[in-house]
Design a protein around this ligand. Structure first.
Ligand code: SF4
Ligand code: SF4
Length: 199
């Protein structure tokens, strides 16, 4: 290294006020006062969460998943693997089985989503040809173990299982949803699934 490449940084000389942190204190007070008047002028409030909850979460908010039913009350999913293929976090695990119903080939014997691994991107919802998987506005979920946060088919359907138990007594945003009849989509799903090499 050449001598001219060396940069000597001198220690800054602090004034008496700077040594007493006065500029920083004044800056902090200015920020506090700005927020105080801003809150009053714009009628902003602090929500006492979790006793009170904000209501402005919209229906398009991407929260925890729901597995929808079709018009006959069956799971709307036709096990096409489109969602798990699209999932960038690889947190959807599906085991397909032969469908007991004549209007579709397959159904999910197992359908698990690891809610802790999920990044709530919505790709699964976009990829699903049957509106079977959907992200709801719900965000308030707790679990004492990782395993509790892996939701299975029953939990994702929302009428039973761990997810419903967690939601009991909450604001009821998870309304029952019926997906369009899976039989309408099954032909295109079969073609797409073969295209993607699904089982
Ligand atoms: S929201 Fe995104 S990360 Fe979560 S399961 Fe769906 S595709 Fe995967
Ligand atoms: S994309 Fe939809 S129909 Fe296909 S496996 Fe996923 S949830 Fe089921």
């Amino acid at each position: 290294m050449r001598d001219e490449d060396i940069v000597v940084v001198e220690e800054p000389q602090l004034s008496a006020a700077e040594r007493m942190y006065l500029p920083q204190i004044i800056d902090g007070m200015r920020t506090t006062l700005r927020h105080m008047f801003d809150t009053r002028l714009r009628n902003r409030t602090t929500v006492q969460y979790p006793e009170r909850k904000r209501q402005q979460r919209t229906e398009v908010y991407r929260g925890v998943h729901r597995l929808n039913k079709d018009s006959q009350g069956r799971v709307a999913c036709v096990a096409c693997f489109m969602c798990s293929t699209a999932c960038p976090a690889h947190c959807i695990h599906i085991e397909a089985g032969e469908s007991p119903w004549p209007d579709r080939e397959k159904y999910p014997v197992k359908f698990d989503i690891d809610e802790l691994r999920c990044i709530y991107c919505g790709m699964c919802e976009e990829a699903c040809p049957c509106d079977a998987i959907e992200l709801t506005p719900h965000v308030e979920l707790v679990g004492r173990t990782r395993q509790e946060m892996v939701f299975d088919k029953e939990g994702l359907r929302g009428d039973e299982g761990p997810q419903a138990a967690q939601e009991s007594g909450q604001d009821g945003l998870r309304a029952e949803h019926v997906a369009p009849d899976a039989s309408n989509a099954s032909f295109c799903v079969r073609s797409l699934a073969k295209e993607h090499g699904a089982q």
